[in-house]
Ligand binder design. Structure first.
Ligand code: 23J
Ligand code: MN
Length: 263
């Protein structure tokens, strides 16, 4: 990195002349936004609730508008920290307030699974699939995010994109255990998805249940879920900016996820 900040000047120039674009990978926080539903015996995440404090009204506040909000750490587009899972509970710097902030800016490899997810809503991302991606684009660099692109909002109804069927079972794609182990071998920053959870909807019943949560967080790595617009990212070459709120001992946090993309 040059001492005169040439890299940053070049970035500012590229942003202003449009050779680097900012793509928003975030969903709008709104009351009807679906949250993950766990089996009914467990505690549940709060949906997003917005209560008006005042809106330019005489009594509550004549010149200002603001809201109180209620939500869980895992509502809307959000970040999972290693402390979220029992396997990551004793790791150093494992919570939203202690993670090294340099991890919040990182390159991303985008694995296009959109055709496969359209053909099979229970598509499983395998090690083989990742190795084929590497044959085309080169090895996944250490420290990169890996995002599973599914174009999920186009595949399922946007009103029911958690995709719960008539029997109450959710369906969405996710990685199997070997795929997650491969990502850890590659020493990725974390795994991100457009679906409601980083893990396959059916993975509660697998040999290692919820392998992405279990293994990724056990390895000190992060998750991102409920993203959108992954179809606007190249397979390689974009940079993700994803800083969670600095919640004390936070297990995760809703956030704005941005990508810097070469035009
Ligand atoms: C708690 C328990 C199980 C799961 C989750 C949360 C999530 O998917 C999440 O948002 O991290 S699977
Ligand atoms: Mn989460």
């Amino acid at each position: 990195m040059s001492k005169d900040g040439a890299v940053l000047s070049a970035l500012v120039e590229a942003l202003s002349n449009g050779t680097v674009k900012v793509v928003d990978l975030t969903e709008t926080l709104r009351p009807d936004y679906p949250v993950i539903a766990l089996p009914p015996q467990f505690g549940q995440a709060s949906p997003f609730i917005k209560e008006e404090i005042s809106r330019y009204d005489e009594e509550r506040g004549p010149a200002w508008y603001w809201n109180n909000i209620t939500l869980s750490e895992h509502t809307g587009t959000h970040f999972d920290a290693p402390i979220h899972w029992v396997t990551g509970k004793d790791l150093p710097n494992n919570a939203t307030d202690t993670i090294d902030p340099s991890h919040f800016v990182a390159p991303v490899c985008v694995i296009d699974c959109s055709k496969e997810a359209a053909a099979d809503q229970d598509f499983i991302l395998t090690r083989d699939f990742l190795e084929n991606w590497e044959k085309e684009y080169g090895e996944i660099p250490a420290g990169s995010w890996v995002f599973m692109r599914t174009d999920w909002r186009k595949i399922v109804s946007p009103d029911n994109w958690t995709n719960v069927d008539a029997d109450g079972n959710a369906h969405h794609p996710g990685p199997d255990k070997e795929a997650v182990e491969f990502l850890i071998e590659r020493d990725v920053m974390g795994f991100g998805t457009e679906c409601v959870g980083t893990d396959h909807a059916g993975s509660f019943g697998w040999d290692v249940p919820l392998p992405c949560h279990t293994l990724i967080h056990g390895a000190g790595k992060y998750g991102l879920q409920c993203m959108t617009n992954l179809d606007q990212l190249p397979p390689k070459g974009a940079v993700v900016i994803a800083p969670p709120l600095k919640i004390e001992e936070g297990s995760g946090s809703p956030l704005r996820v941005l990508a810097l993309v070469p035009a």
